[in-house]
Each structure stands twice: as structure tokens, then as C-alpha cells.
Design a protein. Structure first.
Ligand SMILES: *[C@@H]1O[C@H](CO)[C@@H](O)[C@H](O)[C@H]1NC(C)=O
Ligand SMILES: *[C@@H]1O[C@H](CO)[C@@H](O)[C@H](O)[C@H]1NC(C)=O
Ligand SMILES: *[C@@H]1O[C@H](CO)[C@@H](O)[C@H](O)[C@H]1NC(C)=O
Ligand SMILES: *[C@@H]1O[C@H](CO)[C@@H](O)[C@H](O)[C@H]1NC(C)=O
Ligand SMILES: *[C@@H]1O[C@H](CO)[C@@H](O)[C@H](O)[C@H]1NC(C)=O
Ligand SMILES: *[C@@H]1O[C@H](CO)[C@@H](O)[C@H](O)[C@H]1NC(C)=O
Ligand SMILES: *[C@@H]1O[C@H](CO)[C@@H](O)[C@H](O)[C@H]1NC(C)=O
Ligand SMILES: *[C@@H]1O[C@H](CO)[C@@H](O)[C@H](O)[C@H]1NC(C)=O
Length: 345
């Protein structure tokens, strides 16, 4: 690597001859592999990776005489006649021009290829689409892609880091179904859809839709999912007084006119206890509760004749045993003590 004039001549020869440029992409903080093939007969020669124009010895980053040097490592697969130099802990400063070199004698180097390294930020994306759903429900996330990616692997992952997305994919188009996720690919409209079922609030957050590219970096788009608390037509707060009566109003969808209506008590609708229902009073233990259904106004009311301290808490008015989202009124009842009023004459 010493005869600079000859080197320059070789560059020119090479560049006019076979101006192959290898594009290598890597993410900031991660690694990039620069793979260079060479011709038969060069197996035993020393290989190296150098930077810029390789004009000075400092430009030589690593050679096959060593396996590791600083952030560089190199290995030579003489069977496949490919040597690979790895640059780790990439920064933007690593972007630029490199050469794969073969040291064919102490005086003369050959450069099988020019390499262009590009370093991308390991974060995606500036904008994202927003999707909302509810606890216990499901959601479909739709991801568009370009027509050239029709037959490529599609996937989705949590977070916003492209470098680890495929490795940590929740589901891919190679394996389209698991307990919570499923993936369908509509090649005609060039979008794939990921459905997430049994949502909990833990599923809220950022997701990346990924499309595998055979050359260069995969393509990503970002989605923000918000899983909202399961609730109701509306949420009411009521306050009552111990010893006094109280009436709760419960509207319901008109098409539920003939359904069984009920008032259920408990922190959560999944495990609340019916206090009173419209169709069956034989199971009712507390006679203080009466339910009056007014089908013409799509509403029922529940009256508690004499409030007790234990009546405070959360109630759910319902008209749908499937608990379809949005058809309930949630009532939070708080109780105050009866205030003694002075009788003035
Ligand atoms: C680089 O090559 C090594 C060894 O083949 C591999 O384990 C690693 O995943 C590659 N890195 C990238 C970014 O492709
Ligand atoms: C890469 O960076 C990590 C953390 O910054 C550091 O621990 C490690 O030693 C670095 N590796 C090289 C080869 O420089
Ligand atoms: C993000 O912005 C780009 C360019 O403005 C646009 O083409 C793309 O559709 C946007 N993506 C989302 C998910 O909104
Ligand atoms: C995808 O595969 C189909 C069927 O093999 C082929 O007709 C189509 O051209 C391919 N699309 C792309 C973009 O390669
Ligand atoms: C998916 O399968 C295709 C064809 O079998 C394969 O080429 C591709 O590498 C696979 N993708 C992943 C992410 O495993
Ligand atoms: C009712 O269900 C909720 C949510 O599933 C749970 O957090 C709570 O502990 C349950 N309460 C009882 C008394 O089982
Ligand atoms: C009424 O409630 C009782 C006790 O909860 C139950 O055994 C009975 O099957 C119910 N009848 C109807 C018609 O729902
Ligand atoms: C209430 O239930 C009906 C029928 O089950 C359904 O069509 C409607 O969308 C529900 N209302 C809301 C706000 O979800």
C-alpha cells in the first residue's frame, strides 16, 4: 500500500472499467456489514477496508491480518470468495466513501469495489397515523406500501426503532396468526392490515409497520394506538343522602326496547352484581330497588327507596347482555350523611 502513483492509476482503471458501487446502509449506534467479493486466485491475499481515497496508511481501517481493531472487524470467507468488514457503533461520521482492497503484493493494491456507506437515524418517523379503540375490543391497523414491495415480507412491531423491528416483530406475513395478532395482506390495494384483539390499556403506544427490502433498509411507517377505558353512553356522578330515596336514569338504544334491562353494581362491568332487572324479580334480594322501564322514551329508571351507607359505589345500567361497548350508563354514587335540620318556628 505504498506506491501512490500506481494506486491512482489503478483507481482510474478500476473506475472506468467496472464502476460498481456497493451501497451499504446502517443505523446510528448499530453496525454495518461491508461485503466484497473478489476473483478466484486472490484467496490467500490480504484484504482490507480503507476510507476516502486510501491514499495514506491512516486511511486503512482494518486488514485481514487482524480480526478486530477499534470499531472495525473483518472476516474472509475464502470458499465464497467474500470478505466482510463490520463497522460497529455507527455515527453520522461513518457515512461516506470506502474501498474494499486486496493487497496483491507489498507494492500494489487492487480495489474490487467502491463502497458507499449511508447512516440513518434509528428512529421512525416524523409523523404517525392515530388509531383508537377500547379495552376488551379489537382494532385494525392498516399499513400502505409501494407496489414494488408486493411480494416482500410485511411485519409490525412495538416502539419506534427500525433496527430491531423485524427481530421483535409481533407478527409477520410469514406467520399470520397468533393469539392476539393477525395479519392480512391485500396485494391489490397495496396495504396490509394487522388486527389486534382483546385489547388492554397496555397495548397503547407506538407501533411500526415494516416492509422488508431485499436491498437497502426496510421501509417503515408509524402508528400510534390509543386504547381507551371501556365505558358507556355516558358516565354520571350522583350523590345521595343516607335514609333518603334516589332515582337513577338509564337511557338505552331504541332497538333494545324488548331486551332485559338491569342495574348492576361493581367496580367493573365484567364482575358486577345485578341489583334489579326488568324481567325477573325472583332472584332479587334487595326489595329497596325498583326498575321502571319506559320503552317509548328508550329509558328506564331505578329507584332506591331508602339509601344505606353501603349503597355508595359504581353502578352500570344496561340493556344488552353482550355488553356491547357504548350502550351503558355508568353511575358513580357517593353518599352524604343526613344533616340534622333545625326546626325553627
Ligand atoms: C453482519 O453480519 C453478521 C455476521 O454474519 C450478522 O450476525 C449481523 O446480523 C450482520 N449485521 C447486519 C446489520 O446486517
Ligand atoms: C460501542 O458502544 C458501546 C456503548 O456506547 C460501548 O460499550 C462499546 O464498547 C462500543 N464498542 C466498540 C467496539 O467501540
Ligand atoms: C407522513 O408524511 C409524509 C410526507 O408528508 C406523507 O407522505 C405520509 O403519508 C405521512 N404518513 C402518515 C402516516 O401520516
Ligand atoms: C409478485 O409475484 C407475482 C406472482 O408471482 C408476480 O406476478 C408479480 O409480478 C410480483 N410482483 C413484484 C412487484 O415483483
Ligand atoms: C418469509 O418467507 C420468505 C419466503 O419463504 C423468505 O424469503 C423470507 O426471508 C421470510 N421472511 C422472514 C422475515 O422470515
Ligand atoms: C373485577 O374485574 C376487574 C377487571 O377484570 C378486576 O380488576 C377486579 O379485581 C375484579 N373484582 C373482583 C371483586 O373480582
Ligand atoms: C329468574 O331468576 C332465578 C334466580 O336468579 C332463576 O333461577 C330463573 O331461571 C330466572 N328466570 C328467568 C325467566 O329468567
Ligand atoms: C348499542 O347497541 C346496538 C345494538 O346492539 C349497536 O348497534 C350500537 O352501535 C350500540 N351503541 C354504541 C354507542 O355503541
Amino acid at each position: 500500500m505504498k506506491m501512490w502513483c500506481l494506486q491512482i492509476l489503478l483507481f482510474i482503471l478500476f473506475m472506468t472499467d467496472a464502476a460498481e458501487i456497493i451501497d451499504v446502509f446502517g443505523y446510528e449506534g448499530k453496525e454495518a456489514n461491508v461485503s466484497c467479493s473478489y476473483d478466484e486466485g486472490y484467496e490467500s491475499y490480504e484484504k482490507f477496508l480503507c476510507r476516502n481515497d486510501c491514499g495514506i496508511d491512516d486511511d486503512v481501517l482494518i486488514t485481514t491480518r487482524q480480526t478486530h481493531k477499534n470499531r472495525y472487524s473483518i472476516r474472509d470467507d475464502t470458499k465464497k470468495r467474500v470478505f466482510t468488514a463490520t463497522i460497529s457503533n455507527l455515527t453520522q461520521n461513518d457515512a461516506g466513501k470506502y474501498w474494499c482492497g486486496v493487497d496483491i503484493s507489498r507494492k500494489l493494491d487492487e480495489y474490487p469495489a467502491e463502497v458507499k456507506v449511508e447512516v440513518e437515524k434509528d428512529i421512525c418517523c416524523d409523523n404517525s397515523s392515530k388509531v383508537q379503540s377500547y379495552e376488551g375490543g379489537s382494532v385494525s391497523i392498516s399499513c400502505s406500501y409501494e407496489s414494488q414491495d408486493q411480494n416482500n415480507t410485511k411485519y409490525i412491531c412495538r416502539g419506534n426503532q427500525p433496527s430491531s423491528c423485524l427481530q421483535q416483530a409481533l407478527i409477520t406475513s410469514n406467520n399470520t396468526q397468533n393469539t392476539q395478532f393477525s395479519l392480512t395482506d391485500d396485494k391489490e390495494s397495496r396495504k396490509f392490515t394487522v388486527t389486534i384483539t382483546s385489547l388492554t390499556q397496555k397495548d397503547s403506544g407506538s407501533y411500526l409497520c415494516g416492509v422488508k427490502r431485499n436491498t437497502g433498509l426496510d421501509v417503515f411507517s408509524a402508528v400510534d394506538l390509543e386504547v381507551r377505558e371501556w365505558c358507556c353512553v355516558k358516565s354520571n356522578k350522583l350523590s345521595g343522602t343516607v335514609g333518603r330515596p334516589l332515582t337513577m336514569q338509564c337511557p338505552y338504544p331504541p332497538q333494545h326496547g324488548t331486551n332485559r334491562k338491569f342495574l348492576c353494581k361493581g367496580d367493573h362491568h365484567r364482575n358486577c352484581t345485578d341489583m334489579v332487572t326488568s324481567q325477573n324479580s325472583s332472584g332479587q334480594t334487595d326489595v329497596r330497588f325498583t326498575l321502571l322501564d319506559d320503552v317509548s322514551s328508550s329509558s328506564f329508571s331505578v329507584t332506591i327507596t331508602e339509601l344505606k351507607a353501603g349503597d355508595a359505589g359504581t353502578y352500570w345500567c344496561g340493556s344488552d347482555s353482550q355488553w356491547t361497548f357504548g350502550n351503558y350508563t355508568k353511575i358513580q354514587l357517593s353518599l352524604g350523611k343526613r344533616t340534622t335540620q333545625l326546626q325553627c318556628s
